[in-house]
Design a binder for this molecule. Structure first.
Ligand SMILES: Nc1ncnc2c1ncn2[C@@H]1O[C@H](COP(=O)(O)OP(=O)(O)OP(=O)(O)O)[C@@H](O)[C@H]1O
Ligand SMILES: [Mg+2]
Length: 405
C-alpha cells in the first residue's frame, strides 16, 4: 500500500514533477513532506514505494524530474535495481539514494553508477537542505575529482586536546560541510577517539599496515568503522606489550588508498616521538599543532615546528592554541606565546566547562548552544581547511608586527 503526497493539488501522476521521492517508511515520508512544504516545491511527488514503484512512475510521466530520491531499503540487489532505474531516467536526473547502512563500498559503487549522493537514514530536513541545492537545480556533489588531503593533528603534550579538536573537526567537516572524512587514530595501542565516538576498534589500522603489499580500496574499506553519515574511523587497540606487527614506511600506501576515497584523511598523532607520527608528517599537506598556554608547550611548539618543517614534504604547519582546562592564573598570554614561537596562533579554542565532557562520555557531539564558543572555533578551523577562511586575526597581528604565518 502506498500513500501519495503532492504539494499542489492538480499535480497528477502524468503532470510535470520536479521532485520525486519513493521511500520505504512513514518517518522518511514525513520528513520529505516537511521539506517540500518548507521550500514550497510546487511540482513534487512523495510516495511510499520501492525502486520498482519509482520505475513504474517514471515510465508514466512525460518528463523526467530534476531530482529523484529512492530508498534502497528492501532492495536485495541495489546496484542492479539502480541500473534498471537509470535506463528509464534521462541522464540529467539527479538521483539521490537513501539507505540504512553507512557502507563506503556501496557509496563508491553508487557514485560510479551516476547516483549523486547516498544518504544514510534517519533523513532530516536539514540533511536534505545541505544535499539538495534547489536554487541551482543541483545536488551538492560529493564526487571527488582529485585526491583528498592528509591532515595531521599533533599535540605539544598529552591531554592538550588533539583528539577533542580533531574529532569535532571531523564531525563538522562530514556532517555540515558534506566532506567525506577518514579519521585515523595513529595510537596503535588504543587512542581515545573510539571511546569519544562511542564505537569500538576492529584493529583495522594494524591490519592494513601489516598488509600494505596487498591493499586495494575494497580491502581498506572493510577495515573502516562507520560513524555518522560520512565519517569513518581507522584504528587499533593492540594489547600492551604486543610488538607492533608492521614495518617502517607502511603508512604511505595506506594513505594513498585512503586519499582516493576521502576528501580528508585526518591523522590523530597521539605520540610525538612515535615513528608513525614522523611518517604522518612525511605525507601530510597540513599539520595542526595543538598547544596549551604553558611555557612547556611554547618550547615544544618550537621544537615540533622545526621537526615538521625539516621533513621532505614540508607540510604547512599551523598552531592551534587550546584551553583544555579552567586554569587562568599563570597562563602564558597568547601574544607572549606568539612572540616565543615566532608564529601566529592560527586559531584559539576556548575552554568549554561542561558540554565537551558530557558529549565525550556520551560519544556525541557537544551541544550546539552550550558549546557555542568551542563550536565556533571548530567551524573556523574547518573553513580554514576548506579554503573559506578569512584569517581576520592574522591581519590584526600583522598590524601589530607579530604575524608571520
Ligand atoms: N577546549 C576545551 N574545553 C574543555 N575541555 C577540553 C578542551 N579541550 C580538551 N578538553 C578536555 O581535555 C581532555 C583531554 O583531551 P584530549 O583527549 O582531546 O587530548 P589529547 O591531546 O588527544 O590527549 P592524548 O595525549 O591522551 O591523546 C578531555 O577530557 C577533553 O574533554
Ligand atoms: Mg588523543
Amino acid at each position: 500500500m502506498s500513500t501519495e503526497f503532492s504539494f499542489r493539488k492538480g499535480t497528477t501522476a502524468t503532470g510535470i514533477v520536479d521532485f520525486i521521492a519513493f521511500v520505504a517508511d512513514r518517518d522518511t515520508e514525513q520528513v520529505l513532506k516537511h521539506y517540500v512544504l518548507e521550500h514550497a516545491i510546487t511540482h513534487a511527488h512523495v510516495a511510499i514505494g520501492s525502486i520498482d514503484d519509482a520505475i513504474a512512475y517514471l515510465l508514466k510521466i512525460e518528463r523526467s524530474p530534476l531530482f529523484l530520491l529512492v530508498d534502497l531499503h528492501g532492495s536485495t540487489m541495489p546496484l542492479s535495481d539502480l541500473g534498471r532505474l537509470a535506463e528509464v531516467c534521462e541522464p540529467s536526473v539527479q538521483v539521490v539514494a537513501l539507505g540504512e547502512r553507512n557502507d563506503v563500498g556501496l557509496f563508491r559503487s553508487l557514485l560510479k553508477l551516476g547516483v549523486r549522493d547516498y544518504l544514510v537514514k534517519p533523513l532530516t530536513v536539514e540533511l536534505l537542505n545541505r544535499t539538495v541545492s534547489l536554487a541551482d537545480g543541483k545536488i551538492n556533489t560529493v564526487v571527488q575529482s582529485r585526491a583528498g588531503k592528509t591532515i595531521v593533528l599533533v599535540g605539544t603534550r598529552g591531554g592538550v586536546g588533539v583528539t577533542t579538536i580533531g574529532l569535532n573537526l571531523a564531525r563538522h567537516l562530514s556532517e555540515d560541510t558534506h566532506r567525506r572524512v577518514a579519521y585515523v587514530d595513529l595510537n596503535v595501542y588504543g587512542g581515545a577517539a573510539n571511546n569519544m565516538l562511542g564505537i569500538q576498534s576492529n584493529n583495522g589500522l594494524t591490519d592494513v599496515l601489516q598488509n600494505v603489499h596487498r591493499l586495494d580500496p575494497q580491502y581498506v574499506e572493510r577495515t573502516l568503522v562507520a560513524k555518522g553519515n560520512r565519517l569513518f574511523v581507522l584504528s587499533s587497540e593492540l594489547d600492551y606489550g604486543t610488538p607492533r606487527p608492521f614495518q617502517a614506511g607502511a603508512l604511505k600506501r595506506v594513505l594513498e588508498v585512503l586519499r582516493d576515497s576521502f576528501h580528508y584523511v585526518m591523522l590523530d598523532a597521539g605520540n610525538r616521538a612515535d615513528p608513525l607520527t614522523g611518517e604522518a608528517f612525511d605525507h601530510a599537506s597540513r599539520v595542526f599543532l595543538v598547544a596549551d598556554r604553558t611555557v612547556h608547550s611554547s618550547r615544544e611548539t618550537l621544537r615540533l615546528l622545526r621537526y615538521i618543517e625539516s621533513r621532505d614534504a614540508d607540510p604547512s604547519a599551523s598552531v592551534l592554541l587550546n584551553n583544555p582546562n579552567a586554569a587562568t592564573a599563570g597562563k602564558v598570554q597568547a601574544a607572549d606565546f606568539m612572540t616565543i614561537v615566532g608564529r601566529t596562533v592560527r586559531h584559539e579554542v576556548p575552554y568549554e566547562p561542561k558540554a565537551i565532557s558530557i558529549a565525550e562520555n556520551l560519544g556525541e557531539a557537544p551541544d550546539e548552544k552550550t558549546a557555542s564558543g568551542f563550536n565556533q572555533a571548530i567551524v573556523s578551523i574547518a573553513s580554514d581547511l576548506t579554503g573559506q577562511h578569512k584569517v581576520a586575526e592574522r591581519s590584526l597581528l600583522q598590524k601589530l608586527g607579530l604575524g608571520r604565518h
